[in-house]
Design a protein. Structure first.
Length: 183
């Protein structure tokens, strides 16, 4: 006859300690987001440079669908008198800072995923607005703007996944012990 050995019962506190010591999975969502933010930042740096220098942006020649300069110089390329390219540059820089400080500074380690989600949500919604302006009002597309919108869409999706993953690591209330001092 075989003997069955059962492990000793563990308390809620030891369960919490054992799950806390489990190594975190590799932060691949954050690293992919970082790569996309750098690509979006390079895009916005180019657009900002072309705006400040007053040069035409590189756009496919001979294609009536793409007219980068029409999009870049339309009334929709300004928000309260400020060029949208500055907003994009600032947004990508803010996302870059948040992603780089996440895991290094306690504030950003605890809240970085949520801050990146908020920034990317704003960027995603505003990019969607500008893309709809290109499609339905201007009837012209800017490949640089589309690249930024695509990058921001993926950054938003990855940020949402990071927040969802972080929410999933919150301990259940049933697993928490209430000390006698708290009562």
């Amino acid at each position: 006859m075989a003997t069955v050995v059962t492990p000793p019962a563990t308390s809620t506190r030891s369960k919490a300690l054992s799950t806390a010591s489990v190594p975190h999975p590799r932060p691949w969502l954050k690293w992919i987001s970082l790569v996309l933010v750098i690509a979006g930042l390079a895009d916005s740096i180019y657009l900002t440079y072309s705006h400040v220098a007053g040069i035409e942006t590189v756009c496919p020649a001979g294609n009536p669908t793409f007219n980068c300069d029409l999009v870049q110089h339309s009334i929709y390329s300004f928000l309260a008198g400020i060029p949208i390219v500055y907003l994009g540059l600032g947004g990508y820089l803010a996302l870059l800072i948040v992603l780089l400080l996440d895991g290094r500074v306690t504030f950003f380690t605890e809240r970085g995923a949520l801050i990146a989600f908020g920034l990317s949500l704003f960027g995603f919604l505003y990019s969607g607005y500008l893309t709809s302006i290109e499609a339905f009002v201007l009837h012209a597309w800017c490949m640089w703007c589309m690249g930024s919108a695509i990058a921001m869409t993926f950054i938003f999706g990855l940020s949402a996944a990071r927040v969802w993953r972080k929410i999933g690591t919150v301990p259940d209330l049933d697993d928490l012990e209430i000390s006698d001092d708290a009562e």
